[in-house]
Design a binder for this molecule. Structure first.
Ligand code: NAP
Length: 252
């Protein structure tokens, strides 16, 4: 349990890494707003947190839509108090080789990851700066270093690293830190989708991936949630503008 309970927003919190992070932050003592495309899905995570003894609400919003983001952040502030922890986790993939990638594939991925993180951060910073305390964590990826079939996703995840460092520079004087967490292979619906695209059984896909990971296993949502828990804690106040790879080993 952290020393001080705060209000946190986790985008894309209905499942995968976002759901694990929402539960972990609630376990740290924070009130959590789970924001996801579908309100009923967001509420499921919130209900689970409530059943576990935490405080949470679920809201439906597309993070790439400015009006929905403004409304969702206002609702969180009204129902839970000023949000001062933000985890920009919502994400999608639209993988394809460059020559087959459509403009829609490009715009969708850049829209959710980059525009979504921008809109959410801009809306929430008003609360953080007035509270003189804040923690922003953006989900980057090992794909930021380049990955076949992911020109759109790699560009978004590399872009998020520059975005995060800039937030760290601009908001530091208000007691706000901004860091990026860059997972490698994590077992979620997103990696299940990738396995399906390449025509592999998920267990076989995981096993093959684990062979090239130094700790010889694939990651779990809780591995990422634990890192985010530290970065959003009181004691992480002197860690800002960093990219932490949660990938079971160093990257090339
Ligand atoms: P996931 O299981 O696919 O969950 C992503 C969540 O984001 C879903 O609930 C999804 O809702 C939601 N979402 C998508 N678009 C949204 C939007 N416009 N507004 C609000 N919510 C939206 O993904 P994950 O694997 O947990 O990944 C979470 C984050 O970690 C992503 O940013 C991803 O890029 C990053 N990451 C994942 C891995 C990995 O190996 N899994 C590795 C590196 C980085 P719907 O279900 O309704 O679509």
């Amino acid at each position: 349990m952290s020393e001080t309970a705060r209000v946190a927003i986790v985008t894309g919190g209905a499942r995968g890494i976002g759901a694990a992070t929402a539960r972990r932050l609630a376990g740290d003592g924070h009130s959590v707003a789970v924001v996801d495309l579908d309100e009923a899905d967001a509420r499921q995570t919130a209900d689970r947190i409530t059943a576990e003894g935490g405080t949470a609400i679920g809201l439906g919003a597309d993070v790439a839509e400015a009006d929905r983001v403004t409304a969702a952040v206002a609702e969180v502030a009204e129902r839970l108090g000023p949000p001062v922890i933000l985890v920009n986790n919502a994400g999608v993939i639209r993988d394809n080789l460059l020559f087959k990638m459509t403009e829609n594939d490009w715009d969708t991925v850049l829209g959710v990851h980059l525009r979504g993180s921008f809109l959410m951060s801009r809306a929430v910073q008003a609360h953080m700066t007035s509270e003189r305390w804040g923690r922003i964590v953006c989900l980057s990826s090992s794909s930021a270093q380049g990955k076949r079939g992911q020109a759109n996703y790699s560009a978004a995840k590399a872009g998020l690293q520059g975005f995060t460092k800039t937030l760290a520079i601009e908001l530091g004087k208000f007691g706000v830190t901004a860091n990026a967490v860059a997972p490698g292979f994590i077992e979620t619906d997103m990696t299940r989708q990738t396995a399906a695209r390449v025509g592999m059984d998920f267990e076989e896909f995981k096993k093959a991936a684990a062979e090239s990971i130094p700790v010889r296993r694939t990651g779990r949502p809780a591995d990422v949630a634990a890192t985010i828990s530290f970065l959003t804690s009181e004691e992480a106040g002197f860690v800002s503008g960093q990219v932490i790879y949660v990938a079971g080993g160093p990257l090339d």
